[in-house]
Structure formats: C-alpha cells, structure tokens
Ligand binder design. Sequence first.
Ligand code: AMP
Length: 514
Amino acid sequence: MSARQETPGSAEYGNLYELFRSRFPAERSRGFIVLEDGRAYSYADLEDISGRYARLLADLGVAKGERVAVQVEKSPEAIFLYLACLRAGAIILPLNPAYTKAEVGYFLGDAEPKVVVCRPEAEDAVREAARAAGVAHVLTLDQSDGGSLPERARDLTPIDGCVAAEADDVAAFLYTSGTTGRSKGAMLTHRNLGSNALALHKTWGFRSDDVLLHALPLFHTHGLFVATHCVLLNGTGMLFLPKFDADAIVRLLPRATVMMGVPTFYTRLLAHPAFTAEVCRNMRLFISGSAPLLEETFHAFRQRTGHTILERYGMTETGMNTSNPLDGERIAGTVGFPLPGVEARVCDENGKLLGPGEIGVIEVRGPNVFLGYWRMPEKTVAEFRPDGFFITGDVGKIDERGYIHIVGRAKDLIISGGFNVYPKEVELCIDRIDGVVESAVIGVPHPDFGEAVLAVVKRAPGRDDLTADAVVAACKTELANFKVPKHAHFVDELPRNAMGKVQKNELRARYADA
Ligand code: AMP
C-alpha cells in the first residue's frame, strides 16, 4: 500500500539560508533565541554572528562543498555556526560531544573536513585526531560565547548574504548511529532540508505568535533541523535550554506554545509532580518522535494535561516522513500520514507492494530523501529501489485509514523456529501486565530455534513480586506459542541513547548467553 499528499506551495530551493532569510521578521530586533539566564539573541544578532563566522570560514579557505566538523556543546553560537556553514556554502558535520577521540578520528578521516570546531577542553585530543586526518584548522567554542571561533570572528566584517547554492548541493553530513557496521555519512542537500522544513512548518500550522521550547541536542536531525528550521521559517523566537531538564521545562512551559521532544522527555515530565495542565496553559502543540512513544505515555499525558501528543516519524537519511494530523485524529501507536510531497509504501523484502494491514518494510520517496552515503556508492544503491524509493529498514504497516504503524527495525525482527516475531507485538502485550513499566523484546541465539524470544522488563517501583514466570504466563494467554518469551529478565532501566532509542544491540550482547 502506498500513500501521498501534495507538495506544499512553491518552494524556492537555492541556498537554504536564503529561504530562511526570506521569512525573517522585517523588524530584525525581534527575538530569535532566549536563554533562561536572560541572554537573548535577535534576528539581527543571528545575521551578524553567522555572517562573521562565515567570513572566518572563508578566510580559512573553506570553499563551497568543503566540510566543517563541529563537536561542541549546545549553545546559540552552535546554531549560528550551522547557519554560517550554510552561508559559506560549506557542509556541516555535527558530532555528538559524547564521541570519543577514536570515534572523532574516524569521522575526520572519512569526511576530510577543512576545519573542526571543538570544545576547549577537548582541544588537545581533537588536535591530535585532526593532525592524523590532515585537517587544516582546529577552532574552539564553549557554551557561553567563548573560544577561538568567536574570538577570531569578533572584529570581522560579516559576509554579504550567502554563497550561491544549487538545490542538490550538499548542506550537511549526518553520520548514522552505526549500530550495524561502520557509521555512514548521509549527505543531505539544501533541497532535502528546505522541502522538509516547509512541509513541517505547514503541517504543524505554525503561527506568528508561536514560541518553541527547544531542549533537544543539536547534533541530530531532530534538534538541529526539525525544531530549529520551523522557528527560522516562522521568523519567531525560541526558549533555548542547553539540555533536557524537567525542572527548567516546567518553569518555561507557561511561556511556550510548541515543544518537540523524544518520548523520554514526556515520560520524565509525567514523573514530575509540578508538571500540570496549568503549566501547559499556553501550549498548543506537543510533538514526539525519534523513538516510539508508548501508548501508555500518550494516554497518561492526555489525562494529565488535556493535550494529545502529536507523533511523527523520520530518520537521519530522510528527515521527517510522516506525521499524525494537526486537525484530524491523532492515534496512539501510529506515526500518521506521509508529509506533503512524501510518498510512503510498505513492501516485502523483494519490493512487492503489500496491501492494507500487511506488515513489511516501509519505503519512502520525496524531496526529503538524502542524496546518498558519502563515498559509499554500493551501499547507497543497495538501499534504494530502482524507482527511487529508499528502503528505510523500518518494519510496519499502513492501515485501512492510511495511518502508518511502525513495528520495529528490520534488524530487530526475530526469527524463531522459522517464524517471524515482531518485537513490538510482544512488548505491547508485556507492557499491559500490571506492574510493568516498559519492556524490550529481543532475539538471542538458540541451538534449536535459531533465535529465542527474550523479554527485558522494567518493573514499577515496589513491584518486585512480579516474577519472570508471571510475565511469560501472561504472554501465553495472548500470544501464539512461538512469540512467547522463553524468559524475562528484569532491569532497573532499559539502555537508551541520547535520542531515547532503546539500544537493542546492547541488550542482545548482554543476554547472548542467557
Ligand atoms: P535516526 O536516524 O537516529 O533519527 O533514527 C531513525 C529511526 O528512529 C527510524 O528509522 C525509526 O526506527 C526510529 N523512529 C523515529 N521516529 C519514530 C517513531 N515516531 N516511532 C517509532 N520509531 C521511530
């Protein structure tokens, strides 16, 4: 089954920065970023600082199409640096500050940037990695406007406008998390980012009085592109937190109208006693994505606040693909419909189109879909169908009403005794058991079945009386035998990455001999 909506209005694709600038408020003194400590940056500041950073990049010899690697903490300057890269026609390569020296060494060697910008405290290590990779320049940037980047750019004259770019020029390399094999550099173009930003801005009905609460990291598509681009296209302001902090969110929510988060933001907010409907009184929209939102969280959130979280689905290689509707029914456990201009279909592994309700791999096509993996042409070809659809690797279905459901990653599919087991189905069953907070279901090697189904379960506080046998017995009443976990292990917390995704690789390794 496949689905498609029309592309939104006429998008002008040149340099993405030009698109943003065409939407900036005429009155450039209007606020762009406000921090809790009172620091504030206007659109005039945005133009000035990004223009000076772009000048410095140009002075360092960064030509169009050259890479700038950025491994810094979240700050307004980090956003200005991203915009400076766009303006200079450079390709930004944002890196998670948690990456080690060895990992950074790999990215620098692979992407061959001209400049790397890092945290002052990591300068020595990054310099070493940069030298080994032949990177010409290392600059530093801290969280409060300090470091050699702002210092060297301070007295420069901002560049005029920006370097001309074609729609298919690359604007960013986002490295995939690389849980299977080498991390791949997904090349995203000005068109990819611009078309997606326009589609989201329209789909989520941004208004002239919107204020976004930004608590996401900036090294990932969610915080750097989805959230920031909507604000830039809207020409309005955002409340900017250096990281997720439930106390700070509760303090700032009354001043905000839109928040984007990963599911763990919402579960943590629900665990906060001061998170109430009153705190959300000015909010119009809570959006969730990057990992599956538990149905229980969806319902508990509605009960607590009166707000229905809008869940959307995307990935590094494609930006956002689908969204629950702003005005229509938002259905728990679904990721909604394809965004305007995006086509989505579900196929079997041979590319045969499947019907409504049939489970297969989700494939997408549209202006949002990346150009390919940097220097990996074979890998790129292998992940596209001849008709241009990208094989996402997410397993799901499209229901009769057109809503898309994700059941898991293809690589997480368990094949036990020759039967396919979709972890999500088993997880949903376990999560309904009284005393269970959440669960992750994985396959582990088994001499007889090939793989055995194993459950990893987080119990509610004070529910140590819930036994592994009881979990297995409850599954037996609802699921066919081949889907029932052979055993359940209890954990205090499921391992998650920075975007809230459960790390099933880690669980598979931990329980491989179980
Ligand atoms: P990343 O490339 O890190 O953004 O991860 C993308 C992957 O996250 C997708 O391929 C999905 O497996 C998962 N994902 C993103 N959004 C959702 C969602 N709303 N529900 C379930 N999985 C999601």
